[in-house]
Design a protein around this ligand. Structure first.
Ligand code: HEC
Ligand code: HEC
Ligand code: HEC
Ligand code: HEC
Ligand code: HEC
Length: 179
């Protein structure tokens, strides 16, 4: 189940010219303290989004998983002699888990403080994670792929009103998103 890895991979640098590198840089998110890959975990291993982001269905914030969630597997998944790069990326994680410290992940998606957003309502209404965050299960490095502008929010809210008008007048009222 091996793969070509994105931005910090030697394979990509070797494969592409300046243009490929530019594209990769433009598409990539922040470099996280640990090279956690959604493609491996949510894609190849098929772990469900809400099994790590456990609050998405019942709270405003989706939540970043605690280290205990990683520990459950990485107590056992430590060495992969066939794939030295994976083993190298796991080393800092094993150290962090041993020390009991938390990882300070760099935030990728954020709306300004004056905007009210809640995951719960969207997830319960059947809006898929991917509509707002892209095909996360294909990303080694997670990046922001939607603009999070007011126009973007309203575009979808207008569309949802047209699909099913009853009870959805609020979707386009200022106070719904600005308290
Ligand atoms: C269901 C089990 C499972 C859980 C839960 C899990 N992992 Fe993994 N993780 C794996 C497996 C399997 C691999 C692949 C190892 C390989 O290819 O040899 C892996 C690979 C990795 C790697 C190295 C490869 C890479 O680039 O991602 C890192 C770093 C990592 N995991 C971090 C984490 C972190 C951080 C968490 C908690 C947020 C976590 N994992 C939760 C099973 C898990
Ligand atoms: C094994 C646990 C795990 C699974 C499964 C997982 N995630 Fe994550 N997710 C993380 C971790 C750890 C981070 C923080 C590091 C990062 O940004 O890559 C994160 C970050 C994110 C972020 C960025 C948060 C921010 O900083 O704004 C989004 C969006 C996200 N995940 C969506 C998803 C979606 C959608 C799925 C399912 C397709 C998914 N995740 C599956 C562990 C997981
Ligand atoms: C309607 C669009 C939308 C949907 C659907 C959505 N998100 Fe988000 N997500 C956002 C926005 C906007 C933010 C930034 C929120 C903020 O700054 O308060 C965000 C932030 C996040 C974060 C980081 C902050 C936090 O809440 O913990 C994670 C993790 C995340 N989303 C995961 C998910 C997962 C997993 C799903 C599916 C179960 C999902 N999102 C569905 C729009 C969405
Ligand atoms: C892809 C479509 C989509 C996008 C993008 C989207 N929303 Fe929504 N939003 C919905 C749907 C669907 C509902 C739930 C409607 C229902 O429950 O009937 C909803 C509901 C809400 C609610 C609760 C409304 C209420 O009645 O209290 C808030 C607040 C909200 N959205 C804010 C935002 C913000 C802020 C953004 C942009 C950062 C955003 N949404 C982007 C589809 C979307
Ligand atoms: C569906 C959610 C949503 C609704 C409804 C909404 N807004 Fe916004 N608004 C946002 C988001 C997200 C931002 C921040 C991103 C941006 O500036 O585009 C924002 C930003 C703003 C800003 C700040 C712009 C800046 O330059 O900082 C103002 C002012 C504003 N909205 C006014 C309004 C008014 C007035 C209404 C009603 C006519 C309204 N909004 C309805 C989501 C919404």
């Amino acid at each position: 189940m091996r793969r070509v890895r994105s931005p910090h991979s030697g394979a990509l640098a070797a494969a592409g010219g300046a243009l490929a590198l530019l594209c990769a840089a433009a598409a990539s998110g922040p470099r996280q303290p640990i090279a956690f890959s959604h493609r491996i975990h949510a894609g190849e291993l098929g772990i469900g989004c809400t099994s790590c982001h456990v609050y998405a269905e019942r709270a405003p914030v989706a939540g970043i998983p605690s280290m205990a969630r990683c520990q459950g597997c990485h107590k056992f998944v430590k060495e992969d002699p066939e794939h030295p790069q994976v083993t190298a990326e796991l080393k800092p994680l094993v150290e962090i888990l041993a020390n009991g410290t938390a990882i300070e992940w760099i935030r990728v998606y954020r709306v300004p403080d004056h905007v009210h957003f809640t995951h719960e309502r969207h997830v319960l209404a059947g809006v898929r994670c991917q509509e707002c965050h892209g095909e996360v299960e294909k990303m080694d490095v997670l990046s922001q792929v939607t603009p999070l502008t007011m126009g973007w929010c309203l575009g979808c809210h207008h569309e949802k009103q047209r699909e099913k008008p009853e009870g959805r007048a609020r979707l386009t009222e200022c106070v719904t998103c600005h308290k």
